[in-house]
Design a binder for this molecule. Structure first.
Ligand code: LLP
Length: 429
């Protein structure tokens, strides 16, 4: 569920009227609900902890989904760990208050300086994806006089997810070491001075709305743990990745129970029963997706003989998911429509100079006029975090709501910030 609902004719985030936010902060603007973030984190971590009562379960929030400082601090305060994929993310996680021993470093291509930084900070675990990375990590850590705890990210050759671009677990995808290689790499690692192999990790994709693919992949991992142990390797951790999907087609009275979370947790409990490992989880979208919206204002109407374009002040640089993955986002008018109000099919588009800057085509919405506010729902994950300044547009502000309070946790970028980092070459200065 989420905490966006109509009250007194206006859309509220918890107890904050979104019209007030638009007046004070301007549009476009991302708005996040602390209550939704907290609820989803608590539901997920309680479910996985209950499902695997004998194993320790650690939840590492995949901060690539939403790296807003307010969001991160909210989750750090709840005791979450962080799943990071770059030095920038590690730095931000530390700045937000995640202790180093609750930080995991994943990613296909980690550089030497990134690995050095991670080891220096004393992070909990590096998820190694290639043999070259294993060598590099050991060299970097031993030069620092340290031994870094790590796991191998294994490619289980089972992919899943809401779109081809976000499937990661198939052997055709670039992620992880192949299943057949793990034993040999484990043996090599045992003789390396800078790493201590603790177990395995996998991540099969994103926006997965069933448990069967997970179950197949996890069962393969459990068998692999047995094989490795039989060869005398130490396997104490199993990081099961993220990817659990969320509803994007939410009804106005959206009150989905935690069905999928419970089914997932029950499956994890079943598959890992008696295994005696510490489990790790890396949910991103599940925690923050339904907790955020992108609010935008209608700039213009552009009627055509066959369609009606609605030009809004947000664009694909602010929310790229529709252009990039044909993703569907509900659109809710901020002023509550009258029951039975006539609807028009709109193509909702942004101001960027390419036709791909289209949020939706032929969407039935109540009649809208320039100046009206609308909200793209379920934009809390991979919204602001994937935004850019394409067309020299300013990065949009982000607002975190808690009860009747709200705070601007990232102000709108200024033109000084946007233009001030450029340097002219000396011959043209
Ligand atoms: N762990 C690893 C290793 C990952 O690569 C990812 C996401 C996650 C965890 C978190 O997955 P989640 O629970 O959020 O599904 N930009 C795309 C999604 C890309 C996901 C990338 N990896 C989108 O907007 O749909």
């Amino acid at each position: 569920m989420h905490h966006f609902s109509y009250r007194d004719g206006s859309l509220f985030a918890e107890d904050v009227d979104l019209r007030e936010v638009a007046d004070a902060v301007g549009t476009p603007v991302y708005v996040y609900s602390s209550a939704t973030i907290e609820r989803h984190y608590r539901l997920f971590s309680a479910a996985v902890k209950a499902a695997a009562p004998t194993a320790k379960a650690h939840v590492f929030y995949a901060m690539k989904a939403n790296g807003n400082l307010g969001v991160l601090k909210t989750l750090a305060a709840l005791g979450a760990g962080a799943d990071t994929v770059s030095e920038g993310e590690i730095r931000k996680a530390l700045a937000a208050g995640f202790p180093p021993d609750r930080i995991v470093f994943s990613g296909v291509g980690k550089s030497e300086s990134e690995l050095r930084y991670a080891v220096e900070q004393g992070i909990y675990q590096v998820n190694i994806e290639t043999e070259g990375e294993l060598d590099l990590l050991s060299r970097v850590a031993s030069a620092l006089g340290k031994r870094q705890e790590a796991v191998f990210r294994v490619n289980p050759d089972i992919g899943a997810g809401g779109h081809a671009k976000i499937t990661t677990g198939s052997s055709e995808n670039k992620f992880g070491v192949s299943f057949e290689e793990v034993g040999r790499l484990y043996t090599r690692a045992a003789n390396m001075p800078g790493v201590r192999m603790m177990g395995l990790a996998l991540h099969i994709g994103s926006q997965i709305r069933e448990t069967e693919s997970y179950e197949a992949a996890y069962a393969k991992m459990v068998a692999l743990v047995g094989d490795l142990r039989a060869e005398g390797h130490r396997v104490e951790r199993l990081d099961l990745g993220g990817g659990l999907g969320i509803p994007y087609d939410i009804p106005k009275d959206f009150d989905h129970g935690p069905d999928l979370i419970e089914a997932y947790a029950a499956m994890v409990g079943r598959v890992t029963k008696g295994l005696d490992v510490e489990l790790g989880f890396e949910p991103g979208r599940l925690i923050v997706g339904n907790a955020g919206i992108l609010m935008t204002r209608v700039l213009h109407l552009n009627p055509r003989p066959t369609k009606q374009f609605l030009v809004v002040d947000a664009a694909m640089n602010d929310l790229v998911r529709p252009a990039m993955y044909e993703a569907y986002h509900e659109i809710w008018p901020v002023s509550e429509p009258e029951a039975g109000a006539p609807e028009i099919a709109y193509d909702v588009v942004g101001p960027i100079c390419e036709s791909g800057d289209t949020f939706t085509t032929g969407r039935l919405l109540p009649t809208l006029r320039p100046g009206d506010l609308i909200a793209f729902m379920t934009a809390g994950a991979y919204g602001a975090s994937m935004s850019s300044t394409y067309n020299q547009r300013l990065l949009v502000p982000e607002v975190l709501v808690k009860g009747a309070d709200y705070a601007v946790t990232r102000p709108r970028q200024s033109y000084e910030d946007l233009l001030g980092t450029d340097r002219a070459p000396p011959w043209l200065a």
